[in-house]
Design a protein around this ligand. Sequence first.
Ligand code: ADP
Ligand code: MG
Length: 270
Amino acid sequence: MKKIAFYGKGGIGKSTTASNVSAAFSGMGRRVCQIGCDPKNDSTRLLLGHICRSTVLDLERQRKGGEIALEEIVHTGFHGIHCIEAGGPEPGVGCAGRGIIVALEKVRALQALDNTDVVLYDVLGDVVCGGFAVPIREGYAEEIYIVSSGELMSLYAANNIAKGIRKFAARGRVKLGGIIGNSRNVEFEEELLRDFAVRIGTQLIAFVPRSKVVHDAEIHRQTVLEFAPETPQAEVYRNLAAAIDQNTDLQIPTPMEFEDLEAMVEHYGN
Ligand code: ADP
Ligand code: MG
């Protein structure tokens, strides 16, 4: 089983990119499971066509330790893709990271990933909180992809995630597979992202253009692969899935100092 995770700053495009990549893997004949590890619960919306109605933590709360069946946490979406949402604590109470720990333990206990070829964890990138590091720390994911634009704060988050991967790579199997550039139309963005990737010891595995078709598909609650499969944007996601599938360039990253990162962004004029 290929075990991958997408990390990145909130709102940068992880879930959109993950859902399109899951759809592309499924189109390649793989049995895919996408697991949302973000208290927003919207990771799999484009695959399901609606917000997930029962997350793992919702069920845990309702049952108070009682039985939960596999079918209750695994929802079937576009092209038969299995969708799971970890869920989160009630707003204002509890810790989101702790929720991920409980949810992933449940996924493991219920053997929800039997008969899966590709599992994709879609994780909010705040590795400062231990809970969000669980997929990389506990061996759930082995290949990490960081989604980032060329904006300083997105690169800052990406660099912090690289620090987290470096820390856990020393005692586990986890490696960084590359940076997925998701454009915000800043100047020289692709060059900047490629430079950043090389500086932290990895590659820019794809550069995804900012495109209105992503927005249109989102309004229809679909991935671009479902909504507009013939468009260049759909081809970008299919190429990204193929690149991930064939990727052998797995590295322990070498994160940058913040001042160097700042200088790099400044150099490109952003
Ligand atoms: P995250 O999961 O990182 O919080 P989302 O995937 O929910 O972010 O994306 C945030 C917003 O950005 C969504 O409205 C999504 O449609 C939009 N978006 C993401 N990628 C692109 C893109 N390449 N082009 C246009 N809009 C995009
Ligand atoms: Mg998301």
